[in-house]
Design a protein around this ligand. Structure first.
Ligand code: CP
Ligand code: NVA
Length: 308
């Protein structure tokens, strides 16, 4: 049986991604009002354990994956790479082979995307990308679930990304052709999205437009999306804050979007930098539903990976 890794949105068919989101919606509804630690009916991952390795900090990814395994009737083990021999130079491949003997799946948050790919190549259990320098696919599945919950039909919707063309932006680029939404990206040239991602999206008929101002990208958008100007691992914080300042999401910028436009941010946020408090804490913001949906979307991703 082929091992189902979830390293990026690209390799999955649109129908598989659709099925994951449908299951996430259904599982969320089925446990409405339940205590958060109660196990889902049928305990779909009974007897299964997820290992989680973190090379970088995390609040949402760590707690949502742990609770996901508990709600599915399984368990999880968490370690930072510094707690492990990985932090002392043991190879990614040996680590993958060893963990594959102990657990049923592995989630990794890594500095270098290539390490997650190497880990998956060597592993004999499913591997999930919990954020790398290149992408954050679990985040985007939760974001799309949140938009659907708000009543938006993804096919034909206009999403606008403003600020840094970073890892989270990349996963939106990957998802655009799969779900049929258009993506308008407003970034300065220096922090534009990855060329390879844009080329692949174009080959898949993804509707991606690039702009050099936030105003052009946001014009008429159904959804405005921001993320931190300084991601984990970025070393040019001062320069980024200066160059990206005109891309901050303010109430004035939101006025340029379509009436009733929603605001997304994967969190953690920096009020007064990439977004004003009036926007992220205002009526257009879906950010806490978005954070909660990490849990529901990942439960469906885990079930897809483990074919349960
Ligand atoms: N959005 C997100 O991935 O949050 P954490 O860094 O807290 O996991
Ligand atoms: N772009 C951010 C996302 C954090 C969840 C980072 O990589 O730090």
């Amino acid at each position: 049986m082929t091992i189902r890794h979830f390293l990026d949105i690209w390799p999955l068919e649109s129908a598989e991604l659709r099925a994951i989101l449908d299951q996430a919606h259904a599982m969320k509804k089925a446990r409405l009002g339940w205590p958060k630690g109660k196990i889902d009916t049928g305990a779909p991952l009974d007897g299964h354990t997820l290992a989680m390795i973190f090379e970088k900090s995390s609040t949402r990814t760590r707690f949502s994956f742990d609770m996901a395994m508990r709600q599915l009737g399984g368990s999880s083990i968490t370690a930072t790479s510094n707690d492990m021999q990985l932090g002392r130079g043991e190879t990614v491949e040996d680590t993958a082979k060893v963990l594959s003997r102990f657990v049923d799946a592995v989630m990794i948050r890594a500095n270098d995307h290539a390490d997650v790919e190497a880990f998956a190549d060597a592993a004999s259990v499913p591997v999930i990308n919990g954020l790398t320098d290149r992408s954050h696919p679990c985040q985007i599945m939760a974001d799309l679930m949140t938009l659907e919950e708000s009543g938006l039909t993804l096919k034909g919707a206009r999403l606008a990304w403003v600020g840094d063309g970073n890892n989270v932006c990349a996963s939106f680029i990957h998802a655009a052709p799969k779900f049929g939404f258009s993506l308008a990206i407003g970034t300065p040239k220096r922090y534009a999205p990855d060329e390879d991602d844009l080329e692949l999206a174009a080959e898949l008929q993804g509707r991606i437009e690039l702009f050099e101002t936030a105003e052009e990208a946001v014009a008429g958008a159904d959804v405005v999306i921001a993320d931190t100007f300084v991601s984990m691992g970025d070393v040019d914080a001062e320069r980024r804050l200066e160059i990206l300042d005109p891309y901050a999401v303010t109430e004035e910028l939101m006025q340029l979007a379509a009436g009733g436009a929603k605001f997304l941010h994967c969190l953690p946020a920096h009020r007064g930098e990439e977004v004003d408090a009036e926007v992220i804490d205002g009526p257009a913001s879906l950010v806490f539903d978005e954070a909660e949906n990490r849990l529901h979307a990942q439960k469906a991703i885990l079930r897809w990976c483990l074919q349960k």
